[in-house]
Design a binder for this molecule. Sequence first.
Ligand code: PAF
Length: 292
Amino acid sequence: MQVVTTLAELRAARAALPEPVGFVPTMGYLHAGHLALVRCARRENAAVAVSIFVNPTQFGPGEDLERYPRDLARDLRLLQAEGVDLVWAPTPEVMYPEGYQTWVEVADLTRVLEGAHRPGHFRGVTTVVSKLFAGMQPRRAYFGQKDAQQARVIIQMTRDLNLPIEIVVCPTVREPDGLALSSRNTYLTPEQRQAATVLYRALQAARQEYEAGRREAENLRQTMRAVLAAEPLARPQYVSCADPDTLQELQGPVEKALLSMAVFVGQTRLIDNLLLGYPDGVYPRYVPEGLG
Ligand code: PAF
């Protein structure tokens, strides 16, 4: 496994990889969710590349950029054990050198849900992912359904910019009690960790309503809110039942829907979601025209 930092090192290492290359962009502090993406990339490509970069431009003022967990040595051990071929771990200076002034922005999809509560977040994500794609030039890139809006926004960006990259969305990996894996779970105290299962419980309660035929969007939102309200340590920021494609809130009976929420447990902001009406529970793979 080669580990590179600079663009010159990356270009040399990338040119030596067999095609096709599957790419997993990450912010490090890897968990089983990231490793599931790596395994998915392994199955479908001749080489697997991973990036590790805590991207400062996707954190807002007052968010957890400084305390975001980092452990490069451990991450590299995990990736080595997965048979990864190339790791790119750039510094902030490599990604955003002095005088940097170019941004990539997806419009409507980023104004709702996470975007409404984290101004500038998706501009940072789409900018860094464009730069990571430009550096790595993968045939396929892998993202988790856990960050559903991010996955939808990346698909839109890839389509709008005519990037010749397939976007593959993999299922959310969960703890046995349902908590979605996230690097931010490490912030939770044992008591908060217990309480954090409320996101999954709320989503499951709404799924039961949907399966029982009570499919009014407002009923699904209300069901989630009621479960969250019963957990004293949880402070919901938003609860949504949205169109999976446009991400606009739905009204009336739903067929396909993205149920999602952001909830503070203590100071930790957790997100989770469930995609209803899709056989695999994930956004379908995006294959650019002519690449199939
Ligand atoms: O999902 C993440 O870890 C990040 O948002 C990503 C895609 C690596 C961009 O920094």
